[in-house]
Design a protein around this ligand. Structure first.
Ligand SMILES: *Cc1c(COP(=O)(O)O)cnc(C)c1O
Length: 401
């Protein structure tokens, strides 16, 4: 491959651009993972993660992709044959369902159109109809990365409470944590699933479970076979700053740096930055005359925007032009929307000028690929960005409503 000058634009919705500070932190000698320095670092990291999940409970870290943390949540809290209620928000919900089925759980899959978030009313109705409490867990993807739709987790919690149902509540925040406000404790989530390679700005390879009291209790009697994912062994070792097996030491160096960066910026500022960049992106898409996959403004994602292609135009052909001409990767359509949409990742270590360049690459690419559109998307985004926080105040207020 020939050298291309300048930085590649990695505008897929994860893995995201890894900032230099984190790359430098990872680039250090691997230390003894049973030594005192390591134990100190582990404790610091485990404490530092809590405010990011907004929990006072334990968070465990696996050397695994996000998929591992999906599996860990289910096998620790449930028993074989348990029924779980899942909601079809898009491809990631479909994948989580497949994993649950292969593990031997019975999945009730509420159908969705891949344009909206999980519907609290539909969940309430299904739970209210489950008089025998056969459903043991409700599993929802907070930010559906295949469609750019963010489900209203607090409203879903209220729906579960209205149905007066004891099911555990499990939420996938792999593409929302440290991008979009999320509150494990306040929203009564029992298990939160997260990953390293999106809002946390790390390379892929770490994933997380934040564990509530009710889930911990359930895990004491849950009968699913597990070993690598076992919360108990993990928590016992974590007590002393260690892990039950060799951890991903260098990624943990990166995680420590990521936590520092999020602390320095302040989580609320991180959320409003994501809201501003997303708001600017949506204005560009509107000016191009293209359609977003997300339909409900209450559910627009601040992590990514999925853009529908006009009929008869292939999203992957367009993405190829952008990659070849401008050295920028955009997200592809996943599962049943393959070829029909492209996704703009605007999450993680990202700022106004990076977004302006991203949108410029898209606008030029649309022209070169012969995709019908109006000009002026970049201008609309710049007008919005120039307003700074004033422009974004409305978006932020919506995001935390
Ligand atoms: C990226 C992503 C996953 C998958 O994570 P892996 O690290 O690829 O296993 C799951 N859910 C959501 C919402 C995601 O964005």
């Amino acid at each position: 491959m020939a050298h291309r000058s300048g930085r590649h634009f990695l505008q897929i919705p994860g893995p995201t651009n890894v900032p230099d500070r984190i790359l430098k932190a990872i680039d250090a000698a691997t230390i003894d993972h049973r030594g005192p320095d390591f134990a100190r670092m582990t404790r610091e990291i485990l404490d530092g993660l809590k405010p990011i999940f907004k929990t006072s409970g334990p968070v465990v870290i696996y050397p695994a992709s996000g998929t591992g943390a999906w599996e860990a949540a289910l096998v620790n809290a449930l028993s074989p044959g348990d029924r779980v209620l899942m909601y079809e928000t898009g491809q990631f919900a479909v994948l989580w369902r497949g994993l649950a089925q292969r593990l031997g759980f019975e999945v009730d899959f509420l159908p969705g159109d891949w344009r909206r978030g999980a519907d609290p009313d539909a969940i309430e109705e299904r739970l209210a109809g489950d008089a025998g409490h056969r459903i043991k867990a409700v599993c929802v993807v907070h930010n559906e990365t295949s469609t750019g739709v963010t489900s209203r987790v607090a409203d879903i919690r209220r729906a579960i409470d209205r149905a007066d149902h004891p099911a555990l509540f499990m939420v996938d925040t792999i593409s929302s944590l440290a991008c979009i406000d999320y509150r494990h404790d306040e929203w009564g989530v029992d298990v939160t699933v997260a990953g390293s390679q999106k809002g946390l700005m790390l390379p892929p390879g770490l994933s997380f479970n934040a564990i509530g009291t009710k889930a911990l209790e359930a895990s004491r009697t849950a009968a699913s076979p597990k070993s690598y994912w076992d919360w108990e062994g993990m928590r016992d070792a974590n007590e002393n700053g260690f892990f039950p097996y060799t951890p991903a030491t260098n990624l943990l160096y990166g995680l420590k740096e990521s936590i520092s960066m999020l602390e320095e910026e302040g989580l609320d500022n991180v959320f409003s930055r994501h809201a501003r960049l997303a708001g600017a992106t949506r204005r560009a898409v509107a000016a191009w005359g293209l359609e977003m996959r997300a339909l409900d403004p209450r559910e627009y994602s601040n992590s990514l925007t999925a853009v529908m292609m006009p009929d008869g135009h292939d999203a992957d052909a367009f993405r190829r032009v952008v990659l070849e001409r401008f050295d920028m990767s955009l997200g592809n359509g996943l599962g049943k929307v393959a070829g029909r949409l492209f996704r703009i990742g605007h999450l993680g270590d990202f700022n106004d000028l990076m977004l302006a360049a991203t949108l410029a690459g898209i606008e030029m690419g649309l022209g070169l690929a012969g995709v019908p559109h109006e000009k002026g998307g970049v201008d609309a985004a710049m007008d919005y960005l120039a307003k700074g926080d004033a422009g974004e105040a409305g978006e932020a207020a919506r995001a935390s409503a």
